[in-house]
Design a protein around this ligand. Structure first.
Ligand SMILES: Nc1ncnc2c1ncn2[C@@H]1O[C@H](COP(=O)(O)OP(=O)(O)OP(=O)(O)O)[C@@H](O)[C@H]1O
Ligand SMILES: [Mg+2]
Length: 287
């Protein structure tokens, strides 16, 4: 079986042959299997957005290849439209891209472009709005009447309505309050569970990556530093810190405990796991 996403020797240079030339991606090789939930992390300017915009053909490689579900996406330029339907990309601050008179029309924009029947479009719009946890009553409202968090969810619904095989979200919680953040991330997690689609989530929060992703992709200075299980990535807390990133707070606490000889064989990166471990430990002490 071939990987859902395969990136081969990808290099991308902005403003080529000008004084502003900048290699934003350098020789990246990567394979992501179907159904993975991948957290994409890296310092600001490390190339995360540039990398993911290649996966749906929004950016074209300067060299290298992108395969989606075994297909070289640039082999035939006519296929790029199809690639955009298969690989849904939610930009940072996607609410700025809402422009239709009603929420329903905004969510229907992608499916309409796909040339689906009106019945199919309506069904998808209703399912998508449910997926992001908004009431159907909002469908006939103007997107501009909604709150910031609601707008963001409408924008995500618009991408989900295309039923992409791969869903990519570039910092979907940026600028939202903690409640709004948690809601959106839990809904994305549910969506992943229900559809089994492949998800890439760019985030600056290691806590979020630890909680929601099973794999982590780390970009550093335009190169792929690592693609591995979240556990294996957070094990390398020294190299992660050197890149100006951090490991989750709870991992730091347990690193300190391990220096003192406690829980030395454990690699902890979620609060839930830490709680379970401590409770188990306390029970043992009681006996
Ligand atoms: N349109 C552009 N033109 C020229 N240079 C760009 C452009 N977009 C990004 N860059 C540069 O390419 C590099 C990688 O940028 P990119 O946006 O991919 O990083 P990022 O990891 O997504 O950062 P952030 O965490 O801030 O979103 C940076 O040095 C950035 O300044
Ligand atoms: Mg970015």
């Amino acid at each position: 079986m071939s990987a859902m996403i395969k990136v081969e020797n990808l290099t991308h240079i902005y403003s080529k042959d000008t004084p502003f030339e900048k290699a934003a991606i350098k020789d990246v090789n990567l394979e992501i299997e179907e159904g993975e939930f991948v957290g994409v992390i890296g310092h600001t300017g490390s190339g995360k957005s540039t990398l993911i915009q290649h996966l749906n053909g929004l950016l074209k490689p300067d060299s290298g290849k992108i395969y989606i579900d075994g297909q070289d996406i640039w082999e035939n330029k006519k296929n790029i439209r199809q690639v955009r339907f298969n690989v849904g990309l939610v930009f940072q601050y996607p609410e700025y891209q809402l422009f239709e008179e009603t929420v329903a029309k905004d969510i229907a924009f992608g499916p309409t472009n796909m040339g689906l029947s009106q019945d199919e479009i309506n069904e998808r719009v209703e399912q998508a709005i449910e997926f992001v946890g908004l009431s159907r009553d909002l469908l006939q409202k103007s997107p501009f009447e909604l709150s910031g968090g609601q707008k963001r969810r409408v924008a995500i619904a618009g991408v989900i309505a295309m039923r992409p095989k791969v869903l990519i979200l570039d910092e979907p919680t940026a600028g939202l309050d903690p409640k709004g953040r948690d809601r959106i991330l839990s809904q994305i997690k549910d969506y992943h569970k229900r559809t089994g689609s492949t998800i890439l989530l760019v985030s600056h929060s290691m806590e979020d990556i630890a909680k929601f992703a099973n794999k982590a992709l780390v970009m550093n200075e335009s190169k792929l530093f690592a693609y591995d299980t979240v556990e294996n990535i957070f094990k390398q807390s020294d190299s992660i810190s050197k890149m100006g990133l951090s490991v989750p707070q709870i991992t730091k606490v347990f690193d300190k405990l391990s220096e003192k000889g406690y829980f030395t064989n454990e690699n902890i990166y979620t609060v839930k796991y830490a709680t379970d471990l401590l409770l188990k430990h306390l029970k043992k002490e009681e006996q």
